[in-house]
Design a protein around this ligand. Structure first.
Ligand SMILES: Cc1cc2nc3c(=O)[nH]c(=O)nc-3n(C[C@H](O)[C@H](O)[C@H](O)COP(=O)(O)OP(=O)(O)OC[C@H]3O[C@@H](n4cnc5c(N)ncnc54)[C@H](O)[C@@H]3O)c2cc1C
Length: 309
């Protein structure tokens, strides 16, 4: 299939890109890695009159460490960079652990973090992982009629950004410019696991867990985020109840996994029934919570283990 005809511009400057988007109106789209948008054009699921290519806007690229120890990821950061960057491996090891599971290598070299969040596929890994890490999304647009000229920006926590399948808080004239990830603590552990029919396929289900312990091994914080187990990424309510204020024993981890399995909202399809998906969620949550707890206890974050531990 070939895409419908469209105009194409490739600005080198963000303000130029924002102006082009504002001028073109609701029927324009920005193009990032193109790994979701181009198939949508080819299948005629989208027919924008204009594509504004962000690939030459250098301001949108880069991974930086903030003075407080958090990270700033440019919206055009590729999935492959998350997999290979030393700063990510050290200060956001959850992203480094999960990135190799996103699609296949050629797709990861093009696909971007901003594109993944804007596309808001409930089966995508990055929105769920960034939600677990407490990330926020910075968006920008050109000033509208009646506003002072210049760039208008706003920052939204990720849980106020992805509302439903392929549905976000992004307005038609807005572009995601960066993602901010808060710093992680010394006794914090994270872990990711997913199950797919073949390596590189979208996950049938996935889970990411995060745990913070105190010096005595008492759980201060526990959270779980699921992939492809509901209409939009969301932290699973109630998983912290058996864990927070106590050491994360096997029984308590199992109780939290039961809560996640009962509380998720998986849709049955040809790859598995609802019951099968709930079972997968239980297994994946139990494994990732246990690994996050071991990593937190070992004071291994920042840094990812080389062996399963
Ligand atoms: C075969 C295949 C397998 C895949 N498997 C997986 C998988 O397992 N897991 C997974 O998560 N993804 C998977 N993907 C999707 C891939 O990760 C995409 O790269 C990603 O979803 C979109 O990123 P992109 O940069 O390619 O965005 P594009 O395709 O360029 O854009 C997607 C949408 O986001 C908008 N957009 C892009 N950037 C911005 C921005 N900065 N601001 C505002 N709007 C923006 C575009 O206008 C468009 O509407 C797969 C894709 C393919 C083709």
């Amino acid at each position: 299939m070939k895409p419908p005809p469209f105009d194409y511009v490739a600005p080198t400057d963000l303000d130029e890109a924002l102006a082009a988007l504002a001028d073109a109106g609701e029927d324009a789209r920005v193009l990032a890695g193109g790994q979701s948008l181009i198939p949508m054009l080819n299948f005629r699921l989208a027919a924008p009159v204009k594509l504004i290519d962000l690939n030459r806007v250098s301001e949108l690229s880069g991974i930086e460490r903030r003075p407080d120890g958090g990270l700033v990821l440019g919206a055009m950061t590729r999935h492959r960079q998350l997999e290979r960057d030393a700063t990510i491996a050290e200060y956001a090891p959850l992203l480094a652990e999960a990135a190799p599971w996103i699609a296949h290598a050629p797709i990861r070299t093009r696909g971007t973090i901003g594109g993944s969040i804007a596309h808001a596929d409930p089966a995508a890994e990055l929105p769920a992982l960034l939600l677990l890490l407490g990330a926020s999304v910075r968006v920008a647009r050109a000033a509208r009629d009646g506003e002072a000229p210049g760039r208008v920006e706003r920052t939204l926590p990720l849980d106020d950004f992805c509302f439903g399948p392929f549905f976000t808080a992004l307005e038609a004239d807005e572009v995601i410019t960066r993602i901010d990830i808060p710093p992680c603590g010394p006794l914090e552990g994270t872990a990711f696991e997913e199950f797919a029919r073949r390596r590189g396929d979208y996950a049938i289900a996935g889970a990411a867990s995060r745990m913070i312990l105190d010096e005595d091994g008492t759980c201060l914080h526990a959270a779980v985020s699921l992939i492809n187990a509901g209409p939009a990424p969301a932290l699973v309510a109630g998983v912290e109840e058996p864990l927070v204020g106590r050491p994360p024993t096997e029984d308590r981890l199992a109780e939290a996994a039961d809560v996640a399995s009962a509380g998720c909202d998986p849709a049955p399809d040809m790859h598995g029934s609802e019951a099968y998906r709930r079972h997968l969620v239980r297994v994946l949550v139990l494994r990732t919570l246990a690994r996050a707890a071991r990593r937190a206890a070992a004071g291994r974050t920042p840094g990812i283990e080389t062996e399963d531990g």
